[in-house]
Design a protein around this ligand. Structure first.
Ligand SMILES: Cc1cc2nc3c(=O)[nH]c(=O)nc-3n(C[C@H](O)[C@H](O)[C@H](O)COP(=O)(O)OP(=O)(O)OC[C@H]3O[C@@H](n4cnc5c(N)ncnc54)[C@H](O)[C@@H]3O)c2cc1C
Length: 399
């Protein structure tokens, strides 16, 4: 095999394959390595994505992987009161991610990228402190690939950036522990909406979800703050109780798949570039801290990184300073929104069940949509009039 490339991308998740496609389209000789033997499997995801974020990276929805049209979400308060966030038309999809990721990889390969699966990247190769390739192993055989640029798109357990000296570690207070069953045989009243459940008994400092993939098939999962997890309080135990307490939905249903995984819900990693290296997606903690969704953010960051990376390669300058253009643009765009959402998460984590019930009384659907976009300027005024108990918390975290 050819062992000299312009760029090596580690990880063929959504971030890696978008980066590879953009690089290849710009004529960059690109190799993608993934340790999985099958791209897309196993999935560690509830598979929800909104329409706008697919458009943002130039992907047209395809019924082969955009399984179910979603019109909005129903949020359930701790006492079970439903709150409908109605977007009126198809606003998102529940994906078949195994097919979606293969689709992204096929597009990158058609654009000229080369892929290797079942290939574990062990670390970057450093020369004079600069990243200049990756050491890897395929079926027990070790080899080194040299490249002027490495993109670390290796997900939440990322080791590649760390092997280059960047700090991408997660603290338990900024880490959600996720557990999920894909289940068939459910009795779903409303399979056109996502269903999201809150409350200290349901999912402390997190939420449980039912994301329909068909009338009677859904991803049923839970994400809770990692530091709260312990015997009797593990994500799986909360999920099993959630299911057992809702026989009207789950009697007659069985799992057809089990997934679990971590979700980095803190700030983006402190530094996203080094000489010859860029970090994107979950590896860089580019995840929405409120709902834990990261596919859209990962793909957008990857697209941006690949544009900057391709330009840097053609100029012959892959220094940290040159690649830093990616970090600057990202922090001024999605980064600003994520920092706002991080404050909202800190505020939400302080609310008790009574406070959450109060929110259902006083907020409307448009306001909840604003909150998910990090717009919460209106909240303090609203709490001043209608929820004085929550006001001090809002002042502390949101102003
Ligand atoms: C339970 C759960 C539910 C979720 N639900 C949603 C949701 O509904 N919507 C949403 O938007 N997001 C969701 N997320 C988050 C979403 O899955 C991630 O944000 C997204 O996958 C990030 O994409 P990525 O390409 O950065 O990383 P990943 O998708 O994790 O891809 C990383 C790739 O790198 C490969 N890799 C890792 N290390 C190496 C190595 N050393 N060598 C070679 N290959 C390597 C892996 O095999 C993998 O293919 C969920 C996460 C969890 C855990």
């Amino acid at each position: 095999m050819d062992t000299v490339f312009d760029a090596v991308v580690v990880g063929a998740g959504p971030a890696g394959s978008i980066a590879a496609r953009v690089l290849a389209e710009k004529g960059v000789k690109t190799l993608v390595l993934d340790k999985r033997q099958e791209i897309g499997a196993p999935k560690r995801c509830a598979e929800g994505i909104n329409v706008a974020s697919l458009k943002r990276v130039g992907i047209e929805p395809d019924p082969a992987w955009a399984l179910r049209d979603i019109r909005g979400a129903i949020l359930y308060s701790p006492s079970g009161r439903p709150f409908k966030v109605d977007l009126g038309k198809t606003s998102g999809y529940v994906l078949e991610r195994k097919i979606f990721e293969k689709h992204l990889a096929r597009d990158a390969i058609r654009a000229g990228a080369r892929y290797m699966v079942k290939t574990l990247a062990k670390g970057v190769v450093l020369e004079d402190g600069r990243v200049c390739g990756v050491s890897a192993e395929f079926m027990g055989e070790e080899f080194t690939v040299r490249s002027r640029l490495v993109i670390a798109a290796d997900g939440v357990d990322s080791k590649i950036a760390r092997s280059a000296g960047l700090d991408t570690s997660n603290s338990l207070s900024d880490y959600h522990s996720g557990f999920q069953y894909e289940m068939a045989g459910l009795k779903l009243d409303d399979p056109d909406n996502l269903h999201i459940f809150f409350g200290a008994d349901v999912a402390p400092k997190g939420y449980a979800w039912i994301f329909p993939k068909a009338r009677d098939v859904a991803n049923v999962g839970i994400g809770i703050l990692g530091q709260l997890s312990g015997p009797g309080h593990r994500a799986r135990e909360y999920l099993d109780r959630f299911i057992a307490n809702r026989p009207e939905i789950f009697s007659g249903a069985s799992p057809i798949e089990i997934n679990s995984g971590g979700i980095p819900v803190g700030s983006a990693a402190p530094c996203l570039v080094a000489d010859g290296l860029m970090v994107v997606g979950d590896a860089a903690h580019q995840v929405n801290p409120i709902h834990g969704g990261g596919i859209a953010l990962a793909m957008n960051a990857a697209k941006l990184a690949a544009h900057v990376g391709a330009a840097a390669l053609s100029e012959g300058d892959v220094s940290k300073e040159r690649l830093g253009e990616y970090e600057r643009i990202w922090r001024e765009g999605d980064g600003v929104k994520l920092e706002k959402l991080l404050k909202l998460r800190a505020f939400m984590e302080k609310l008790d069940d009574d406070d959450l019930e109060k929110l259902v009384d006083i907020l409307d659907s448009d306001e909840v949509i604003k909150l998910t976009n990090g717009e919460y300027g209106f909240l303090v005024k609203k709490f001043f009039r209608k929820a004085p108990k929550i006001l001090p918390l809002a002042r502390k975290f949101l102003t």
